[in-house]
Design a protein around this ligand. Structure first.
Ligand SMILES: Cc1cc2nc3c(=O)[nH]c(=O)nc-3n(C[C@H](O)[C@H](O)[C@H](O)COP(=O)(O)OP(=O)(O)OC[C@H]3O[C@@H](n4cnc5c(N)ncnc54)[C@H](O)[C@@H]3O)c2cc1C
Length: 256
Protein backbone atom coordinates (compact mmCIF):
# COMPACT_ATOMS: atom_id res chain seq x y z
CA UNK A 1 0.00 0.00 0.00
CA UNK A 2 1.20 3.52 -0.74
CA UNK A 3 1.71 5.45 2.49
CA UNK A 4 0.13 8.90 2.67
CA UNK A 5 2.50 11.83 2.41
CA UNK A 6 3.81 12.94 5.81
CA UNK A 7 4.48 16.58 6.73
CA UNK A 8 8.23 16.25 6.25
CA UNK A 9 7.85 14.84 2.74
CA UNK A 10 5.62 17.39 1.07
CA UNK A 11 3.21 20.21 1.71
CA UNK A 12 -0.51 20.12 1.08
CA UNK A 13 -1.61 22.32 -1.86
CA UNK A 14 -2.89 25.70 -0.62
CA UNK A 15 -5.98 25.90 -2.83
CA UNK A 16 -8.06 22.90 -3.88
CA UNK A 17 -11.55 21.94 -4.92
CA UNK A 18 -12.33 19.23 -2.37
CA UNK A 19 -10.82 18.47 1.03
CA UNK A 20 -11.84 15.18 2.61
CA UNK A 21 -11.23 14.81 6.35
CA UNK A 22 -10.74 11.15 7.28
CA UNK A 23 -9.43 8.15 5.36
CA UNK A 24 -11.74 5.25 6.25
CA UNK A 25 -14.22 3.64 3.83
CA UNK A 26 -16.39 6.80 3.63
CA UNK A 27 -13.50 9.21 2.96
CA UNK A 28 -11.60 6.96 0.55
CA UNK A 29 -14.74 6.28 -1.49
CA UNK A 30 -15.67 9.97 -1.57
CA UNK A 31 -12.11 10.71 -2.77
CA UNK A 32 -12.31 8.12 -5.55
CA UNK A 33 -15.53 9.71 -6.83
CA UNK A 34 -14.58 13.42 -6.65
CA UNK A 35 -11.09 12.81 -8.09
CA UNK A 36 -12.53 10.74 -10.95
CA UNK A 37 -14.90 13.64 -11.70
CA UNK A 38 -11.86 15.89 -12.20
CA UNK A 39 -12.11 17.86 -8.95
CA UNK A 40 -8.71 18.44 -7.32
CA UNK A 41 -9.14 16.30 -4.24
CA UNK A 42 -6.98 16.14 -1.12
CA UNK A 43 -7.64 13.65 1.68
CA UNK A 44 -6.27 14.44 5.14
CA UNK A 45 -6.20 11.55 7.58
CA UNK A 46 -4.45 10.63 10.74
CA UNK A 47 -5.01 7.67 13.00
CA UNK A 48 -6.61 4.36 12.16
CA UNK A 49 -9.89 3.75 10.40
CA UNK A 50 -12.08 1.84 12.87
CA UNK A 51 -12.29 -1.06 10.40
CA UNK A 52 -8.69 -1.96 11.40
CA UNK A 53 -10.27 -3.60 14.46
CA UNK A 54 -12.37 -6.11 12.51
CA UNK A 55 -11.29 -9.78 12.60
CA UNK A 56 -12.75 -10.90 9.23
CA UNK A 57 -15.16 -8.87 7.10
CA UNK A 58 -18.02 -11.09 5.93
CA UNK A 59 -20.80 -8.71 4.86
CA UNK A 60 -19.05 -6.55 2.23
CA UNK A 61 -20.57 -7.53 -1.16
CA UNK A 62 -18.21 -9.04 -3.70
CA UNK A 63 -16.28 -11.27 -1.30
CA UNK A 64 -18.30 -14.50 -0.94
CA UNK A 65 -16.00 -15.94 1.77
CA UNK A 66 -15.30 -12.55 3.33
CA UNK A 67 -12.10 -10.51 3.15
CA UNK A 68 -9.36 -9.33 5.49
CA UNK A 69 -10.53 -5.85 6.51
CA UNK A 70 -6.99 -4.40 6.45
CA UNK A 71 -6.56 -5.73 2.91
CA UNK A 72 -9.83 -4.11 1.86
CA UNK A 73 -8.60 -0.79 3.30
CA UNK A 74 -5.31 -1.19 1.39
CA UNK A 75 -7.21 -1.82 -1.83
CA UNK A 76 -9.52 1.17 -1.29
CA UNK A 77 -6.49 3.36 -0.51
CA UNK A 78 -4.66 2.23 -3.65
CA UNK A 79 -7.80 2.87 -5.70
CA UNK A 80 -8.04 6.42 -4.32
CA UNK A 81 -4.36 7.00 -5.24
CA UNK A 82 -4.78 5.50 -8.70
CA UNK A 83 -7.69 7.81 -9.44
CA UNK A 84 -5.80 10.96 -8.42
CA UNK A 85 -6.95 11.58 -4.85
CA UNK A 86 -3.91 13.05 -3.04
CA UNK A 87 -3.54 11.76 0.52
CA UNK A 88 -1.61 13.38 3.36
CA UNK A 89 -1.12 12.27 6.94
CA UNK A 90 -2.52 15.23 8.85
CA UNK A 91 -4.72 16.01 11.87
CA UNK A 92 -7.36 18.55 10.95
CA UNK A 93 -7.81 20.98 13.86
CA UNK A 94 -10.09 23.72 12.49
CA UNK A 95 -12.43 24.54 9.62
CA UNK A 96 -13.59 28.13 9.11
CA UNK A 97 -15.58 30.06 6.51
CA UNK A 98 -13.77 32.55 4.26
CA UNK A 99 -15.18 35.87 3.06
CA UNK A 100 -15.51 34.50 -0.48
CA UNK A 101 -17.70 31.54 0.56
CA UNK A 102 -15.00 28.95 0.67
CA UNK A 103 -13.63 26.97 3.59
CA UNK A 104 -10.29 27.20 5.36
CA UNK A 105 -8.89 23.92 6.69
CA UNK A 106 -6.11 24.04 9.28
CA UNK A 107 -4.00 21.13 10.47
CA UNK A 108 -1.95 20.49 13.59
CA UNK A 109 1.09 20.24 11.30
CA UNK A 110 0.62 23.90 10.25
CA UNK A 111 -1.08 23.61 6.86
CA UNK A 112 -3.71 26.16 5.85
CA UNK A 113 -5.76 24.94 2.89
CA UNK A 114 -8.53 26.79 1.10
CA UNK A 115 -11.14 24.40 -0.28
CA UNK A 116 -14.38 25.00 -2.15
CA UNK A 117 -15.86 21.85 -0.58
CA UNK A 118 -15.04 19.94 2.61
CA UNK A 119 -16.36 16.43 3.25
CA UNK A 120 -16.11 15.34 6.91
CA UNK A 121 -15.74 11.57 7.30
CA UNK A 122 -13.72 11.79 10.52
CA UNK A 123 -15.36 9.26 12.81
CA UNK A 124 -15.34 10.11 15.73
CA UNK A 125 -13.93 13.66 15.80
CA UNK A 126 -16.01 16.83 15.36
CA UNK A 127 -13.84 19.16 17.48
CA UNK A 128 -12.41 20.90 14.41
CA UNK A 129 -15.93 22.18 13.53
CA UNK A 130 -16.37 24.13 16.78
CA UNK A 131 -15.96 27.58 15.17
CA UNK A 132 -18.76 26.94 12.65
CA UNK A 133 -21.95 28.15 14.33
CA UNK A 134 -24.27 26.79 11.65
CA UNK A 135 -23.14 23.17 11.79
CA UNK A 136 -25.50 21.09 13.91
CA UNK A 137 -23.85 18.54 16.20
CA UNK A 138 -25.89 15.73 17.75
CA UNK A 139 -24.77 14.04 21.00
CA UNK A 140 -25.74 10.42 21.57
CA UNK A 141 -24.13 8.82 24.59
CA UNK A 142 -20.39 9.48 24.43
CA UNK A 143 -20.47 10.11 20.66
CA UNK A 144 -21.08 13.25 18.62
CA UNK A 145 -22.51 13.15 15.09
CA UNK A 146 -22.79 15.85 12.43
CA UNK A 147 -26.36 16.84 11.56
CA UNK A 148 -26.83 16.46 7.80
CA UNK A 149 -29.59 16.81 5.24
CA UNK A 150 -30.51 13.73 3.18
CA UNK A 151 -27.85 14.62 0.58
CA UNK A 152 -25.04 15.01 3.16
CA UNK A 153 -25.01 18.80 3.20
CA UNK A 154 -24.82 20.74 6.48
CA UNK A 155 -25.87 24.23 7.62
CA UNK A 156 -22.61 25.64 6.20
CA UNK A 157 -22.31 26.11 2.42
CA UNK A 158 -19.70 23.76 0.94
CA UNK A 159 -19.47 21.59 4.07
CA UNK A 160 -20.73 18.00 3.87
CA UNK A 161 -20.44 14.89 6.05
CA UNK A 162 -20.54 11.17 5.23
CA UNK A 163 -20.21 7.79 6.90
CA UNK A 164 -20.48 7.03 10.61
CA UNK A 165 -19.80 10.65 11.63
CA UNK A 166 -22.97 11.60 9.72
CA UNK A 167 -24.99 9.12 11.80
CA UNK A 168 -25.02 6.36 9.19
CA UNK A 169 -25.33 2.74 10.42
CA UNK A 170 -22.09 1.11 11.61
CA UNK A 171 -21.30 -1.06 8.55
CA UNK A 172 -18.47 -0.75 6.07
CA UNK A 173 -20.57 -0.97 2.90
CA UNK A 174 -22.93 1.70 4.25
CA UNK A 175 -20.03 4.05 5.07
CA UNK A 176 -18.50 3.48 1.62
CA UNK A 177 -21.85 3.93 -0.13
CA UNK A 178 -22.55 7.10 1.82
CA UNK A 179 -19.11 8.46 0.85
CA UNK A 180 -20.00 7.85 -2.81
CA UNK A 181 -23.47 9.38 -2.46
CA UNK A 182 -22.22 12.53 -0.74
CA UNK A 183 -19.38 12.85 -3.28
CA UNK A 184 -22.04 12.84 -6.01
CA UNK A 185 -23.80 15.70 -4.19
CA UNK A 186 -20.51 17.63 -4.19
CA UNK A 187 -19.99 16.91 -7.89
CA UNK A 188 -23.54 18.05 -8.73
CA UNK A 189 -23.11 21.20 -6.60
CA UNK A 190 -19.84 22.01 -8.43
CA UNK A 191 -19.72 23.25 -12.01
CA UNK A 192 -18.18 20.01 -13.30
CA UNK A 193 -20.24 18.67 -16.18
CA UNK A 194 -21.30 15.20 -15.07
CA UNK A 195 -23.75 12.53 -16.19
CA UNK A 196 -22.64 9.20 -14.72
CA UNK A 197 -19.24 7.76 -13.80
CA UNK A 198 -19.64 4.87 -16.25
CA UNK A 199 -17.28 2.93 -18.53
CA UNK A 200 -19.31 1.42 -21.38
CA UNK A 201 -18.61 -0.69 -24.51
CA UNK A 202 -17.81 1.09 -27.77
CA UNK A 203 -20.94 2.45 -29.51
CA UNK A 204 -23.10 2.30 -26.39
CA UNK A 205 -23.86 6.02 -26.79
CA UNK A 206 -22.28 6.92 -30.14
CA UNK A 207 -23.98 3.96 -31.87
CA UNK A 208 -27.27 5.71 -31.12
CA UNK A 209 -26.03 9.02 -32.50
CA UNK A 210 -25.41 10.40 -29.01
CA UNK A 211 -22.25 12.05 -27.77
CA UNK A 212 -20.48 10.28 -24.91
CA UNK A 213 -21.90 12.15 -21.88
CA UNK A 214 -19.54 13.88 -19.44
CA UNK A 215 -18.11 11.49 -16.85
CA UNK A 216 -18.64 8.48 -19.14
CA UNK A 217 -16.12 6.63 -21.29
CA UNK A 218 -16.63 4.30 -24.26
CA UNK A 219 -13.91 1.67 -24.72
CA UNK A 220 -13.40 -0.81 -27.54
CA UNK A 221 -13.06 -4.57 -27.07
CA UNK A 222 -9.24 -4.52 -27.09
CA UNK A 223 -9.12 -1.91 -24.37
CA UNK A 224 -11.76 -3.75 -22.36
CA UNK A 225 -9.68 -6.94 -22.50
CA UNK A 226 -6.51 -5.04 -21.55
CA UNK A 227 -8.22 -3.52 -18.51
CA UNK A 228 -9.69 -6.86 -17.47
CA UNK A 229 -6.27 -8.56 -17.72
CA UNK A 230 -4.68 -5.79 -15.67
CA UNK A 231 -7.41 -6.03 -13.04
CA UNK A 232 -6.85 -9.81 -12.77
CA UNK A 233 -3.09 -9.32 -12.28
CA UNK A 234 -3.64 -6.60 -9.69
CA UNK A 235 -6.19 -8.63 -7.71
CA UNK A 236 -3.99 -11.73 -7.77
CA UNK A 237 -1.13 -9.76 -6.27
CA UNK A 238 -3.34 -8.58 -3.38
CA UNK A 239 -4.43 -12.13 -2.57
CA UNK A 240 -1.03 -13.87 -3.00
CA UNK A 241 -0.22 -13.84 0.73
CA UNK A 242 -2.06 -13.41 4.01
CA UNK A 243 -2.12 -9.79 5.20
CA UNK A 244 0.80 -9.12 7.59
CA UNK A 245 -1.12 -6.94 10.06
CA UNK A 246 -3.18 -8.19 13.00
CA UNK A 247 -6.50 -6.57 13.93
CA UNK A 248 -6.16 -3.66 16.37
CA UNK A 249 -7.57 -4.55 19.78
CA UNK A 250 -10.02 -2.27 21.59
CA UNK A 251 -7.91 0.21 23.65
CA UNK A 252 -9.60 -0.74 26.93
CA UNK A 253 -8.78 -4.44 26.37
CA UNK A 254 -5.13 -3.64 25.69
CA UNK A 255 -4.88 -1.65 28.91
CA UNK A 256 -5.98 -4.61 31.06
C1 LIG B 1 -14.39 -4.20 16.12
C2 LIG B 1 -15.15 -3.74 14.90
C3 LIG B 1 -15.59 -4.68 13.98
C4 LIG B 1 -16.35 -4.29 12.87
N1 LIG B 1 -16.77 -5.25 12.02
C5 LIG B 1 -17.55 -4.91 10.97
C6 LIG B 1 -18.05 -5.90 10.09
O1 LIG B 1 -17.80 -7.11 10.25
N2 LIG B 1 -18.81 -5.50 9.04
C7 LIG B 1 -19.11 -4.19 8.81
O2 LIG B 1 -19.79 -3.89 7.82
N3 LIG B 1 -18.65 -3.21 9.61
C8 LIG B 1 -17.89 -3.54 10.70
N4 LIG B 1 -17.44 -2.57 11.55
C9 LIG B 1 -17.88 -1.17 11.36
C10 LIG B 1 -17.10 -0.43 10.28
O3 LIG B 1 -15.73 -0.63 10.49
C11 LIG B 1 -17.43 1.08 10.33
O4 LIG B 1 -18.81 1.33 10.40
C12 LIG B 1 -16.87 1.84 9.11
O5 LIG B 1 -15.57 1.45 8.86
C13 LIG B 1 -16.96 3.36 9.33
O6 LIG B 1 -16.26 4.02 8.32
P1 LIG B 1 -16.00 5.60 8.30
O7 LIG B 1 -15.24 5.88 7.06
O8 LIG B 1 -17.27 6.32 8.57
O9 LIG B 1 -15.07 5.87 9.59
P2 LIG B 1 -13.57 5.40 9.89
O10 LIG B 1 -13.24 4.19 9.10
O11 LIG B 1 -13.39 5.29 11.36
O12 LIG B 1 -12.66 6.56 9.29
C14 LIG B 1 -12.47 7.78 9.95
C15 LIG B 1 -11.02 8.21 9.77
O13 LIG B 1 -10.90 9.61 10.10
C16 LIG B 1 -9.72 9.79 10.89
N5 LIG B 1 -9.86 11.06 11.61
C17 LIG B 1 -10.66 11.35 12.68
N6 LIG B 1 -10.52 12.65 13.03
C18 LIG B 1 -9.63 13.20 12.17
C19 LIG B 1 -9.09 14.51 12.05
N7 LIG B 1 -9.47 15.51 12.85
N8 LIG B 1 -8.18 14.75 11.07
C20 LIG B 1 -7.79 13.74 10.23
N9 LIG B 1 -8.29 12.47 10.31
C21 LIG B 1 -9.20 12.20 11.28
C22 LIG B 1 -9.74 8.54 11.77
O14 LIG B 1 -8.50 8.32 12.43
C23 LIG B 1 -10.06 7.47 10.71
O15 LIG B 1 -8.91 7.06 10.01
C24 LIG B 1 -16.67 -2.91 12.66
C25 LIG B 1 -16.21 -1.96 13.59
C26 LIG B 1 -15.46 -2.37 14.69
C27 LIG B 1 -15.03 -1.33 15.68
Amino acid sequence: MTESKSSSESSVPETIDVCIVGGGPAGLTAGIFTARAGLETVLLNTGEPILERNAHLENYPGFPAGVNARLLLDMMTDQADRNGCERYERLVTRVAETEDDRLLVETEEGDVVTATYVVCTSWADTVYLQDLENVGLISRGSKTYIDVEDDGSTGVGGLYAAGRIAGEPHQTIVAAGDGARVALTVIHDSDVPFYHDWVVPESYFTGRGREVPPGCEEIDNGERQRREAESMDVMQSYFENAHPDEPTQHPSVEEE
